[in-house]
Write a protein that binds this ligand. Sequence first.
Ligand code: ADP
Length: 389
Amino acid sequence: MTGWFISITLLLCLIAIHFLWRKKYQSLKLKYTDQQPKTNRLVKALGMTEMFANMPEGILVTNAKGKIDFANPAFCSMFELTDDPCGKTIMEAIRIHQANELIERLEKENSVTNEEFMLPNLKQQYLQANGVAIREKNGKHRGAILVFHDLTRIKLLENHRQEFVANVSHELRTPLSIIKGYVETLLDAETDKESTSHRFLKKIENHSNRLTFLIEDILTLSRLESGGIALEENYVNIHNLTESVFESLKEMAEKKGVCLKNKIPNDIVMLADHRRMFQALNNLIENGIKYGGECVCVSAEKNEKEIDLCVEDDGPGIPPESCERIFERFYRIDKARSREMGGTGLGLSIVKHVTQLHAGTARVESTPGNGARFHLIFPISEKENSHIN
Ligand code: ADP
């Protein structure tokens, strides 16, 4: 009887343990399927595994914990991975801080675009990454999808192009300065200012000067584009900077009967490279004198976030279709007029690059017949704000 009772009790215990374990197992299963491979399942469910597998771009899918749920073969070969990275964090799998930062940013932001970085390998590989966050309907972060493009070839070609332009311009400088030297000597020796040879020599001098300006502008632009110019930043008073540009263009303005107005308040300072800013402002004011009307006015407005520097003229202005393209290299509204004025077609392109080097943007507003207003907008950093206030 006792044996019978013990057997029944044991059986009941076993049944209870079975149900308890089943319940625990179910909740673990639910937790596991809910959190971990959902994105992976999403990729599979949408039938995208094969599509992603054949894409030349590297695709990476991470989950809410920042662990890799899916990585296509292109991603693995880009980052030279031999093991399957699934289940690892970015830092465990590829140890690239920039990629890790993107995953972290996508926890707060909805997308990241055109982020470029160089891989720390001997191949000097450049990658561009675009990514979107995966969120639930209630906004809860589920993970992220990142797409990596290999920009190495494009960057290499771009470097070759810039190097070629810089070398050619540099090589042209020497023979040109020799030509100019001889022309000046001949002009000095020529006593008859009305003679044909004097006229011809003057023409050679003019065109040599134009060529010199063009080469200087091409060199400046290629340095600005290649990032070969390190900014020497100091606190620059832009009222005083404008005064010095006016001083250098005074003769030209007087010849054309153009008045120059400086409406910039005396107390606006910005952290900038004086030489580069002088160049940008000089190009804009010179254009105002060349292509504008009777007056060129420079003004500036400042708030907590930015400084808006504006060069305005009252000339014929710029047609709307040209406003879009005016900052492109060699873009001119009237080619013949620009050449006649001695322009190189690179002035505004230099303005744009100098502004971008200062983290700013350049744009133009114009109503034909009503002059042109060029705005250079520079963000103010916290460091600047604390210095100024
Ligand atoms: P350029 O050396 O020919 O002056 P820029 O890059 O400085 O080259 O200017 C490009 C073109 O934009 C000029 O050729 C001119 O047609 C036009 N432009 C520039 N500034 C003005 C302005 N203030 N008013 C009207 N047109 C302008």
